[in-house]
Design a protein around this ligand. Structure first.
Ligand SMILES: Nc1ncnc2c1ncn2[C@@H]1O[C@H](COP(=O)(O)OP(=O)(O)OP(=O)(O)O)[C@@H](O)[C@H]1O
Ligand SMILES: [Mg+2]
Length: 447
């Protein structure tokens, strides 16, 4: 502006004060203003573009963080590997340009097994579900200990699933899943677009998800090992119980048979028939007990709540006694060590077995709740009850009440039985949740 004022006022340019001079100044002025505004607009446009780009990047970051969070949450809330792997694969499909994703798990010998697939063309990807050490791009990634990314799959002989190539997939990334220096598996990600998975941000994100998945795989393996130990111990205990029970029954059968023979030999046919009926009743009772024990074994490999639900279903079908399951809010989310789950399951089974055998109840309830830092399980019936201080003598060995107490104590819990003749029966187990965690820790360390 100062220049313009000078031009208009300056003595050296008298000619500008004439009419054509004014026109000239106006033209210069218009040109200057136009140039200036163009410049300003361009700057504004550039700034706008930058802001939009930053926005894009921010929302991409946000999506990436959300994906990582989803996988992290799945990894920390579930011990079931399949859940974690599915969450990870879903996250990958949501935030990267991939159309299919898969997880391979490594065995101790280094062989890879296709564990999970998500996204397009599952049949084509499942063309091979096992890879020898070093075989295929996943095998190569394990050998190299680093990601292998290929953008021209059709021309790559190292990729061993032709159906995937034929379907037009061009990009494949095999990312080794490593834990403590050891490959536990491989994350495979595939896209049709040749230019997919080229941005460092996408690869970084895959690496982040890969780390979480590797932790989940290690966790699941530890959990399996602990579960194996607990299941083994439980089998031994059950075998002992069954053996003791059966030995008693066979002893009984033996003496009864001898008695029946003697009765027949001395012509006391009717008495002999009575003894045969006794024998038959005993045999039926043992048969039901053994069947119940087998049902229990099947149910206990599922985790406490699903196991209990399955057992109650079977129990209702087998015994015509409906048992109501009451699970307080919050119990569902509690994670218990396998040893604790198994013992609680067995206590519930024995308590219900007693309801079937002795209670003559119309109703029974199994309730689970959390009370003062302890998980409480109650099995209640409205049957005939008994006096716990004076167990009935029948000549048969009694294991149930004693074993339930021992099982509760083995997991640091307390056992109580409340009953009175004519008043129904209540079996209560309380396991402090902290104690439950300690049992699991000691087992994990092999103590
Ligand atoms: N819910 C119940 N209702 C009525 N009586 C019961 C109940 N639970 C246990 N009893 C009584 O307590 C006794 C001891 O139970 P326990 O479970 O120790 O032995 P059992 O069931 O007779 O035999 P086992 O469990 O060794 O097969 C039973 O024989 C029965 O008289
Ligand atoms: Mg019993």
């Amino acid at each position: 502006m100062a220049v313009v004022t000078y031009l208009l006022r300056g003595p050296a340019h008298e000619e500008l004060h004439t009419f054509p001079g004014y026109l000239y100044v106006l033209a210069v002025l218009t040109a200057a203003v136009t140039a200036f505004s163009l410049l300003v607009f361009r700057v504004i446009e550039r700034l706008e573009r930058q802001i939009l780009e930053q926005n894009d990047e921010l929302s991409q970051r946000n999506q990436e963080l959300a994906a990582l969070l989803a996988v992290g949450q799945a990894a920390s809330s579930s011990l079931h590997l399949a859940d974690v792997l599915d969450a990870a694969l879903r996250a990958i499909l949501n935030v990267t340009s991939a159309e299919a994703a898969e997880v391979w798990l490594a065995s101790e010998s280094g062989e890879l097994t296709l564990e999970r697939h998500a996204g397009e063309s599952p049949e084509a990807f499942r063309e091979r579900t096992r890879l020898a050490p070093g075989e295929g791009l996943p095998g190569l990634a394990v050998e190299r200990g680093a990601a292998v990314v290929v953008h021209d799959l059709a021309a790559d002989p190292r990729f061993v699933r032709p159906a995937v190539q034929e379907l037009g997939f061009r990009t494949f990334c095999a990312l080794p899943l490593r834990r403590r220096g050891e490959a536990v598996g491989v994350l495979g990600v595939a896209a049709r677009n040749r230019a997919a998975l080229t941005s460092p941000a996408e690869l970084r994100l895959l690496e982040g998800i890969g780390e979480q998945v590797a932790i989940a795989v290690e966790n699941a393996r530890l959990h399996e090992r602990v579960l194996d130990a607990a299941v083994l111990e439980e089998r031994e205990r059950l075998a002992r119980e069954l053996h003791d029970g059966l030995a008693q029954v066979l002893g009984f059968v033996n003496t009864q048979t001898l008695a029946i023979k003697k009765l027949l030999a001395s012509g006391r046919k009717e008495e002999a028939e009575d003894e045969v009926v006794n024998l038959e009743t005993a045999a039926r009772r043992v048969f039901t007990d053994v069947r119940e024990a087998i049902l229990g074994l099947r149910a206990s490999s599922r985790g406490l709540l699903p196991g209990l639900r399955k057992y109650l279903d079977d129990f209702a079908r087998m015994t015509d006694t409906a048992v109501e399951l009451q699970v307080e809010d919050g119990v569902e989310g509690i994670r218990l060590p396998p040893e604790v789950e198994i013992q609680l399951m067995r206590i519930a089974q024995e308590a219900l077995s007693n309801v079937r055998k002795h209670a003559q109840a119309a109703r029974a309830t199994l309730a689970l709740d959390v009370d003062g830092g302890a998980l409480r399980m109650e099995v209640t019936d409205d049957g005939q009850g008994f006096d716990p201080a004076r167990p009935v003598r029948t000549g048969w060995p009694r294991f149930g009440l004693q074993t339930m107490r021992e099982r509760a104590e083995a997991i640091g819990g307390a056992f109580e039985i409340v009953s009175r003749p004519g008043q129904g029966t209540k079996v209560v187990v309380r396991v402090p949740l902290q104690q439950a965690a300690k049992v699991s820790h000691a087992r994990a360390l092999g103590r």
